[in-house]
Design a protein around this ligand. Sequence first.
Ligand code: ATP
Length: 236
Amino acid sequence: MSSQYAQGTLIWVKHEEEVWIQAEIITATEKEIIVKTIEDPNARIVLGPNEPIFLRTTDTYTSEGLSVLDDLTQLTHLHEPAVLSSLQNRFDIDKIYTFTGPILIAVNPFKVIPGIYDEEVLKSFISTKPSTKPHVFNTSNASYRGICDRHKSQTVLISGESGAGKTETTKFVMKFLALAGSSDGEVTDVERQVLESNPLLEAFGNARTLRNDNSSRFGKFIELQLGSPDFTSKFC
Ligand SMILES: Nc1ncnc2c1ncn2[C@@H]1O[C@H](COP(=O)(O)OP(=O)(O)OP(=O)(O)O)[C@@H](O)[C@H]1O
């Protein structure tokens, strides 16, 4: 902590309910930093010498309003408040997927977002062109391209706390691979049966918990085999 911060420096400060709120430095000395918040510009908050300062920029805003970055690595400051606020801003406009480099973050919307998993959307991701759009089908396509282009097995690791949406996400990945991996662009009976095994497994292994009405009470390792080593499909 020092007086290195100029008046007007934009920062994030801790908040009991909101976790982080936007603030602006009024004065900074070796002993304390006095800030005002966006919420209540007339109030003053005094930060002690050991409190961390997280810098904030306005570069996520354009003249038209909020611009929400598809990839968190493009943030000027990559720290907890910037990440959380970015994900929140995207979530508020139903953009539940965000990249952080090659990793896809999915925030469970707990509601149906119209259109985002439609078959036309799925098909639009089955292409040889890499897409920069954060979406579970894009990540599925990246693993599919690994099979087509490098003829190597691929792994998709889906993790998160209970209720985060792992089971649903797994189903979207399987749905994508079933269609992309079919030889003629149509899901066959075998592929349909693989997809429809989910409700059966869930009937035996799922239960309601405090966090999730349909919680998987078992770990899952799913192996999908897409034909022989010289496998080709319409979409490879
Ligand atoms: N992409 C999504 N769109 C809409 N709703 C979703 C989505 N993902 C998850 N949900 C909702 O959240 C609920 C919990 O998701 P899910 O069962 O996939 O969580 P999980 O991470 O597998 O949990 P657990 O570890 O307890 O099994 C789902 O039953 C569904 O209602």
